[in-house]
Design a protein around this ligand. Structure first.
Ligand SMILES: Nc1ncnc2c1ncn2[C@@H]1O[C@H](COP(=O)(O)OP(=O)(O)OP(=O)(O)O)[C@@H](O)[C@H]1O
Ligand SMILES: [Mg+2]
Length: 313
């Protein structure tokens, strides 16, 4: 599948001050990855991320999201296909790519004995900042990520959520044009998650591009301009939430109770849905717009079930 024809016309997607000739932050073409002695984890995946865009990659466990991400971040070499990052061939020049992107991997380690502040200062210098510059940037990030209280705490003593915040701080150190996050908020409490969303949104607003994977549909909806659905290694949909919603004919969801059971109807015509249940003698129901979670569940359901159109579940 190729998203070039599917990408909706979104004038706001590209920051106006950027010259048109600037290569896209991510361009993946016909990517295949087969692990040695393992599965074909990515099959013929093609996608492009635009400047100023946040692309959310969603899909079931084992679908191939992390495999895709790790080829973009150059940790894995594709079996075939091409990956261009910021106009650089990621297979041929992994070091150049790595130097210019910020990455929060799904499984990331910190140095147990080092504090939050030490991590940021050391990684800042490794990223080419001066000693003083690294200290300044570390202070800025500690504040932005609300980690000041823990600046001197050894990372081994930080909670899982605090460690993830620190990892995001490390990824942002060199203010990269492209930020790639693999399940950035897994295990975070609601408040920490919202706080990280604000950091990510703020980052995107500055014109950076973002690719993130998540299992939280609310997160994908809150942060991403477009959603890519990966199933069994294949890209099965890529579009805005609005277009995905419309494409499956499920813009509205009507729920009601009958004989102690909760029933749900989906459809694009709100009035028609209501008329249907009223005709059946139901006068207590709620109609809401479908969420990305509803859309995702429909998209990832068996095609057979999907072809039934509006129907009760
Ligand atoms: N290093 C590896 N060696 C062999 N097989 C692997 C390796 N890493 C992943 N796989 C397999 O490749 C497939 C895709 O895995 P991947 O980690 O990309 O999925 P994912 O979509 O990120 O899943 P999750 O949502 O659980 O993180 C799975 O079948 C997985 O078992
Ligand atoms: Mg993964």
């Amino acid at each position: 599948m190729d998203d070039r024809q599917m990408r909706p016309d979104r004038p706001g997607a590209a920051a106006p001050h950027r010259p048109a000739a600037r290569p896209p932050p991510i361009e993946v073409r016909r990517l295949n990855k087969r692990y040695k002695g393992g599965p074909q984890a990515n099959q013929d995946v093609s996608l492009t991320v635009a400047w100023g865009e946040a692309l959310g990659v969603v899909g079931p466990n084992g679908a191939g999201k992390t495999t895709l991400v790790r080829q973009i971040t150059t940790e894995l070499v594709p079996t075939s296909g091409t990956v261009w990052v910021l106009g650089i061939d990621a297979v041929r020049h992994p070091d150049q790519v790595k130097a210019r992107i910020g990455v929060v991997p799904q499984e990331a380690r910190l140095f147990d004995q080092l504090s939050a502040s030490q991590h940021l200062r050391i990684f800042g210098q490794l990223r080419g900042l001066s000693r003083r510059g690294a200290r300044r940037r570390a202070d800025e990030l500690l504040q932005q990520l609300d980690l000041q209280r823990y600046r001197r705490t050894a990372s081994a003593k930080l909670s899982g959520g605090l460690r993830r915040r620190l990892l995001i701080g490390i990824a942002l150190l060199a203010e990269p044009d492209l930020l790639i996050l693999d399940e950035p908020t897994v295990g975070l409490d609601v408040e920490s998650r919202r706080q990280l969303w604000a950091v990510i949104r703020d980052y995107r607003r500055r014109g950076a591009a973002i690719l993130l994977t998540t299992h939280y549909m609310e997160e994908a909806e809150a942060l991403c301009d477009r959603i890519a659905v990966i199933q069994d290694g294949r890209l099965t949909s890529i579009d805005t939430v609005e277009n995905l919603r419309a494409s499956i004919g499920h813009q509205f969801k009507l729920t009601y109770q009958t004989r102690g059971r909760r029933r749900t109807l989906y459809g694009n015509d709100e009035a028609a849905l209501a008329a249907r249940v009223r005709a059946a003698g139901v006068d207590e129901y709620t109609v809401t717009r479908t969420t990305l979670e509803d859309v995702y569940l429909t998209l990832t359901k068996d095609t057979q079930q999907r072809s039934g159109g509006d129907g009760a579940d």
